[in-house]
Ligand binder design. Structure first.
Ligand code: ATP
Ligand code: MG
Length: 368
């Protein structure tokens, strides 16, 4: 059993408070992904679990044991980082066997483990090569194999794929997912890539400035983002977001004024709604069915098309503002006046102002 629990964990570097105090449980045998923009404290959290960074307050509990004073090597955690460091003068076989040699595992058992892990990671034909004779992806697989070989109870990954080209990233992402399912080890995976998070996670933790914005399964976060920040972070393309200028309740629900246009929704909303959101894939072209919400767009101009072959994402400028729409089929020539519809459940309402949030994160980026 290796559940990981962080209790009131905090971290400051000198005067700078990076993690103000946070509670989080990473369930046994599951993959928890820490997701958030650059500088939000993902690596710092991971390093505190690993023992490479000392918390300023709170406790790190692994498998029911407080490990704050346990050195990294004795925490039973395997680390896989972005910058894999292999021993250049050792072969792949020797690199893989190294942790076993250090642990004084007998030679026959070493050989058996190396062969097994090499076969899992498709490294068997490369066992006698040196790191300089490998591609980036092959090297990363060796680094993963070296981390895996002692069958740790906990895997800690810090953006292990971000140095690789797209094709390899996709391949290794699936490899990690498969390996995690097979090993049933607890894993914490740091990334700022939401596709990676959606592929690998049992549980995603969205972080912002050292605070938790939301914890949930990939689908829960996609379907019910708790706030504007999560809504903007989960899902590609990003959720369409519009500033709501005024709301007016009526017999049919609420009329939302968005710039020069307005939109009738069945929900009874108070005046605190500042932003309306819906996803590209929820929009349907054509008049609404009974019970659906109608969206009339005028002066539509296609800004860009992301062709998927059987469907396409069309990026439009319209009377409502800029938005993206998933068209069925590859047809992307849209009329200037466009009638769309969507189901009321596809609408998200937020009390925060999208522009204010965007300005804030731009200011953060400049400050960083
Ligand atoms: N040793 C340090 N001394 C001072 N500040 C630090 C130190 N390490 C990290 N920080 C700061 O703590 C904050 C969080 O850093 P961290 O590396 O955890 O971010 P991250 O979420 O992993 O970002 P990225 O996606 O860019 O890797 C940043 O503002 C960073 O500048
Ligand atoms: Mg980091």
């Amino acid at each position: 059993m290796a559940e990981i629990r962080l209790q009131s964990i905090s971290k400051r570097f000198g005067e700078v408070e990076v993690i103000p105090g946070l509670d989080l449980t990473m369930p046994d045998g599951q993959v928890t992904v820490l997701l958030g923009p650059s500088g939000c404290g993902k690596s710092t959290l991971l390093r505190m679990i690993a023992g490479l960074e000392t918390p300023s307050g709170g406790e790190v509990i692994v498998g029911g044991r407080v490990v704050n004073d346990v050195p990294p090597a004795e925490r039973g955690c395997a680390l896989v980082f972005q910058n894999y460091a292999l021993y250049p003068h050792k072969t792949v076989r020797q690199n893989l066997a190294f942790p076993l040699r250090m642990a004084k595992v007998d030679a026959a058992e070493q050989q058996r483990s190396v062969d097994e892990i090499a076969s899992t990671l498709e490294l068997t034909p490369l066992l006698d090569r040196y790191p300089r004779q490998l591609s980036g992806g092959q090297r990363q697989r060796v680094a993963m194999g070296r981390a895996m070989i002692r069958r740790p109870e906990v895997f800690l990954y810090d953006e292990p794929l971000s140095n690789l080209d797209l094709e390899l990233r996709v391949k290794l992402r699936l490899e990690i997912a498969r390996m995690q399912r097979a090993s049933k080890a607890t894993a914490v995976y740091v990334t700022h890539d939401q596709t990676e998070a959606m592929t690998l996670a049992d549980q995603i933790v969205v972080l912002r400035k050292g605070r938790i914005e939301q914890v949930g399964s990939p689908l829960a976060l996609y379907r019910s983002p708790a706030n504007l920040f999560v809504a903007g972070f989960i899902g590609t393309p990003r959720m369409n977001l519009f500033r709501v200028d005024a709301t007016e309740q009526n017999a049919a629900g609420t009329r939302l004024r968005i710039g020069a246009t307005s939109l009738q929704v069945p929900q009874r909303l108070n005046g605190e709604v500042r932003t309306l959101g819906f996803r590209a894939e929820q929009l349907r072209i054509g008049a609404p069915q009974p019970g659906q919400v109608a969206l009339e767009l005028r002066d539509c101009e296609t800004l860009a098309v992301e062709q998927l072959g059987d469907r396409a994402f069309c990026y439009l400028r319209s009377s409502l503002g800029d938005l993206v729409l998933l068209t069925p089929g590859a047809e992307t020539t849209l009329p200037r006046d466009l009638q769309l519809s969507l189901s009321p459940e596809a609408l998200h309402f937020f009390d925060a102002n999208e522009l204010a949030l965007r300005r804030e994160s731009e200011a953060e980026a400049v400050a960083a």
